[in-house]
Design a protein around this ligand. Structure first.
Ligand code: ATP
Length: 325
């Protein structure tokens, strides 16, 4: 095992609150152990173009509470090609980088796994995505902040829904995962939650609206984006047709879910896994993601982390059914 001297760090894919706290943890831990650390801007795109710079203790001063990522993030089609990855490898060698910490989601780790195997390059990943859709960690960096952003927004929507006796269909992010919708649906007292993973369909929602209390003044239906039953507008159209008596409105929360100051939970998670990533690289870990399982640091191979077979807790859907009477 060759000794690591210079760790490169980058953020890639969609940004998430807490990525800065993770960058800070990686940089400070590397310096603590007398390693050099190199920042790579705009993920794989910057790696290919040689947008690398040395980082020091001060490079990460006062960023722990900031949303977004100071390293910027990007998507790179070029990195999906062997030629693109070869260019990236040349840039890393030219800058003396001999190990990497990748902060991102499943696409980022897919790229990292291919690159790591192709060039026998040590890479450890940190789960940076609001979607919470990675195996090998109970929570991803940014998820806690995002769900708190959602419930704060839905509380406000609830105020106006209540005042006007309205039914609101609220669409939240999550790509192919309903984990944001599931948790925030419970936390905001939704009547129903529509997520890609569950068998819940519009017929079940109709039934709930039909059998539910007629004197309820506000109703919230939480929908995960790209769910099986199409988007919030389509669902809204069908509900309007079926229940013309309801004053139905649609609210797509959109990118506010990605921004904002990271919560305490996300800052602590990012700090813990950031320290563990650098220590893990020094101990010989590679091609793995660092997460927290039952509050303990855990390393999971990239190919398992990106599997997308996260079971949803069916109890959560039952809770919604019971509590929305
Ligand atoms: P989020 O879940 O927040 O969207 P992500 O990491 O999944 O984050 P992606 O856009 O899917 O975001 O992936 C980020 C980058 O990873 C891509 O732009 C691409 O450069 C690289 N990548 C993804 N898939 C591959 C692949 N099969 N081969 C090589 N690189 C890949």
């Amino acid at each position: 095992m060759t000794q690591i001297k210079n760790i490169g760090v980058y953020t890639s894919g969609g940004d998430s609150p807490g990525m800065n706290a993770a960058i800070r943890a990686v940089v400070r831990t590397a310096i603590y152990y007398n390693l050099e650390v190199t920042g790579i801007r705009r993920g794989y795109d910057g790696m290919i173009k040689g947008d690398l710079f040395p980082m020091n203790r001060k490079s990460v001063s006062n960023i722990i509470g900031r949303g977004g990522t100071i390293l910027k993030t990007a998507r790179s089609e070029q990195f999906k090609t062997p030629e693109g990855r070869k260019l990236a490898h040349e840039q890393l060698l030219a800058n003396g980088v001999d190990a990497l910490v990748a902060i991102g989601g499943d696409g980022t780790f897919t790229g990292a796994r291919i690159f790591g195997e192709e060039f026998d390059f040590p890479i450890v990943g940190l789960p940076g995505t609001i979607d919470n859709d990675l195996c090998g960690t109970d929570f991803t960096i940014g998820y806690d902040t995002a769900i708190n952003t959602v419930i704060n927004a839905v509380d406000k929507i609830r105020d106006t829904a209540e005042s006007h006796d309205r039914l609101f269909i609220v669409e939240v992010m999550g790509r192919d995962s309903g984990l944001i919708a599931l948790r925030t649906g419970i936390a905001s007292g939704a009547e129903a939650i529509l997520i890609p993973e569950s068998k819940t369909d519009l017929a079940a929602v109709f039934e709930r609206l039909e059998s539910g209390r007629k004197d309820k003044s506000s109703k919230i239906i939480m929908v995960a984006e790209s769910g099986e039953v199409s988007d919030a507008f389509e669902i809204g159209k069908q509900i309007k047709e079926r229940f013309p008596q309801y004053d139905t409105r649609i609210s797509i929360l959109g990118h506010i879910q990605r921004g904002g100051r990271p919560s305490c939970m996300d800052r602590v998670l990012a700090s813990r896994v950031g320290v563990a990533a650098v220590e893990g690289l020094m101990k010989g870990h590679r091609n793995e993601m660092v997460g927290l399982i039952h509050n303990q640091i855990a390393f999971t191979p990239f190919e398992h982390a990106i599997k997308h077979n996260i079971d949803i807790n069916e109890d959560f859907l039952k809770i919604v059914e019971i509590l929305s009477i």
